[in-house]
Ligand binder design. Structure first.
Ligand code: HSE
Length: 432
């Protein structure tokens, strides 16, 4: 191959990100050609609607309505899959591209979370690259950061804010004092949240990304089903206000950690210290923190979504391919990835925040304290404000380190008390 042989790229999916990739490749063409020693050229695209104005010039570019047909185009080096979804046409396109000997770049976290290990094997058996920097935390180089930058370390943990929509909602709730449903409706009106926002707010999107990060961090097969997932629907403005008073921010975090029982993978709301890097990351931003045995903690913060940041990550993968730089998909050869040994959440040890709505009458707090004592849960702080005899008042407590299973048993007893009027709200405290 001569130094100037172009890298011929097919882009499947011309939505916001697809159009962003085309714009970036066009705008930075000279710089990219210089960095790669060869031009990066889009020669084929696929999308459903040919007539939509995407603000990009497609003159001379081969057009396919079916992405799987694009993958079979005889004159491509790389297929960029930007369709989305764990199965269906996205999976068929990636499989077809690999079967035809094309490298693949994808932003599809759902596909990787469900089929990452199999697809990595399919790529590596053929000597191809399956690259996916854009699938996790958008523009943040989280995959390269862990897999290449921290390759010398045994990672102890990786955690972070992996969903910008949730972080935006939680930040707005704190700064405006409004409730979840109202802020979500606003986010939808502004186009930040999808019409069906369940993947974002129920934690699924973050869990997809965490499962992929876990594979990279610990050299195991991606195992989405082993992620414990809770979303943010139940977070209230009151809890956010109490968190603030106690010195915490509430964040939806993805956490993967090596323990002596296996690897913990969980996505759920957490309270984190206000001054920590995660606590200081507001709005639509994502943050990824890796903890390595030699390097200690490394923090990456940036935009996790949007045309520009996502295109930046997609094109970084194209640059690697154009330069002929190949790295095993998940850091070690796919054939050597081991099944993930999952540590169950009920063995988590840590602190807890609990908020109750209780009838203001004598003896209630004694009953709550007894339920905690019976499970050997030690209280750290206790807060009851105001006085409303015979009416509902909020009671807040935090615990010292305790095991999740004991906390859950105590909460079940507390929730069954007559004077406790709503299911207890529990948020795990993470002292990162
Ligand atoms: N919907 C995601 C988020 C971005 O809100 O962060 C794409 O993964």
């Amino acid at each position: 191959m001569s130094a100037a042989t172009p890298l011929k790229i097919g882009v499947a999916g011309l939505g916001t990100v697809g159009a962003g990739v085309l714009k970036l490749l066009n705008q930075q063409a000279r710089q990219l050609a210089q960095r790669c020693g060869r031009p990066l050229i889009v020669t084929a695209v696929s999308a459903r609607d040919r007539n939509r104005d995407r603000g990009v010039d497609l003159t001379g570019v081969r057009w396919y309505e079916d992405a799987a047909q694009l993958a079979a185009d005889p004159d491509l080096d790389v297929v960029v899959e930007l369709i989305g979804g764990s199965d269906g046409i996205a999976k068929r396109t990636v499989e077809a591209a690999l079967a035809r000997g094309r490298h693949v770049v994808t932003a599809n976290k759902a596909l990787l979370a469900h089929h990452g290990a199999d697809l990595a094997l399919a790529a590596e058996e053929r000597g191809l690259t399956l690259a996916y920097e854009a699938a996790v935390a958008g523009g943040i180089p989280a995959i390269k950061g862990l897999r290449e930058g921290l390759a010398a370390n045994a990672l102890r943990a990786v955690h972070g804010i992996l969903n910008g929509t949730c972080n935006y909602i939680l930040t707005e709730m704190r700064t405006t004092g409004r409730e979840f449903a109202e802020v979500l409706a606003d986010a939808q009106r502004l186009g930040y949240a999808e019409a069906d926002p369940s993947f974002d707010i129920d934690g699924i999107d973050a869990a997809h990304k965490l499962a992929v990060l876990t594979g990279v961090a610990f050299g195991c097969k991606v195992d989405f089903n082993a992620v414990h997932v809770e979303g943010i629907r139940h977070i209230t403005a009151l809890d956010i206000q109490y968190a603030d008073e106690l010195g915490y921010r509430i964040r939806l975090l993805g956490i993967a950690r090596a323990t002596d029982r296996g690897i913990e993978q969980r996505v759920h709301p957490c309270m984190v210290p206000i001054g920590s890097p995660i606590g200081a990351t507001d709005g639509v931003f994502n943050a990824v923190v890796a903890d390595g045995d030699f390097v200690d903690k490394v923090v990456l913060v940036g935009r996790g979504a949007g045309a520009g940041p996502t295109a930046s990550a997609v094109v970084a993968d194209l640059v690697d391919i154009a330069r002929g730089r190949a790295t095993p998909t998940f850091g070690i050869p796919a054939a050597q990835l081991v099944p993930l040994q999952a540590a169950p959440i009920d063995r988590r040890r840590g602190r807890y925040y609990v908020r109750l709505m209780v009838l203001d009458r004598p003896g209630v707090i004694a009953d709550i304290a007894a339920a905690l004592r019976d499970q050997n849960v030690s209280m750290e702080a206790f807060l009851q404000r105001g006085r409303a005899p015979g009416e509902a008042v909020p009671v807040v407590l935090t615990t010292h380190d305790t095991e999740e299973a004991a906390m859950q048993r105590a909460l079940s007893v507390i929730g069954s008390l007559d004077a406790v009027l709503e299911p207890p709200r529990m948020i795990r405290i993470e002292d990162f």
